[in-house]
Design a protein around this ligand. Sequence first.
Ligand code: PLP
Length: 365
Amino acid sequence: QSSDRVFNFAAGPATLPENVLRKAQSELYNWRGSGMSVMEMSHRGKEFLSIIQKAESDLRTLLGISSEYSVLFLQGGATTQFAAVPLNICKNDDAVDYVVTGSWSDKAFKEAQKYCKPNVIWSGKSEKYTKVPSFDDLKQNPEARFLHICANETIHGVEFKNYPTPNNQSGILVADMSSNFCSKPVDVSKFGLIYAGAQKNVGPSGVTVVIVRNDLIGNAQSSTPVMLDYKIHAENNSLYNTPPCYGIYMCGLVFEDLLEQGGLVEVEKKNKKKAELLYNTIDESNGFFRCPVEKSVRSLMNVPFTLEKSELEGEFIKEAGKENMVQLKGHRSVGGMRASIYNAMPLAGVEKLVAFMKDFQAKHA
Ligand code: PLP
């Protein structure tokens, strides 16, 4: 990457691929001869229609999404989906199962309490959210309308490596994939619904992608606001009202870039390599650095770690900043450090971080 850019380890909004930013820069003022910026286009004009259609079709190719699913580009962040999901796919007295593996699935559960009867069937809270349940541990309610998981907990750094099979009456699995969306191949057909805020792996904040099986559309609770009703958005190809046009355009450029890299199989290989390098450095530090998360479920995207000498954390973050590595402070709720190493973090960024960590240890051990 260029020397005037930092290595940005933020959890989201997060680093974007430099080539994507440069492409957007080159088209900022006059998009492909249209005489206007994407920011200035009518969302109903032919130019923007070609942008949103291409973004959808590239995302379908990337994730192998069949025509049984609708792809929606919405607003309101993943937080809005915490409400939209129960409002759209269950009645307000339906039982629903939630697996709570960290702060985000806990928030999803709490919001769902307003719109259905959710039940936490497993919680990692007593073990400080360092684990993911084995599927035998899940006491699913056969009457539940859906099973909800957070595929990757951004704050705690735990990630499902395979997905539970819902054995509820309708067999619906719902996943918040905000922080590992498009970081690896996913068998979409195993899910009733996937949602993800764009601002980690696929674009700027302001766009939320929802992938929903068509049979789950059209039964929203009667009090559902029009902006949260999947049917309205699906029927209007995400153009019921003014969508986040520029954000969708940026997501489209990222999808194109991921396809050019060879698709998600190749992307996952790169992500595994980066994560392995960082986790190995932590594990081989003789306890100087520690990652509390159980090894088998460590996230490829968000790597939380602490220092044995916690009083050195401030210095670690400050010194890293001087070397142009920023946003390494852990989430305020857990402390320590966190390196988010999404798709767009180059291997060179992780190599620089681990070299810095080894130096820091040599100085302070
Ligand atoms: N779910 C996960 C896993 C997240 O990481 C986040 C945000 O960081 C959210 C939900 C909330 O997303 P938003 O801020 O887009 O509403």
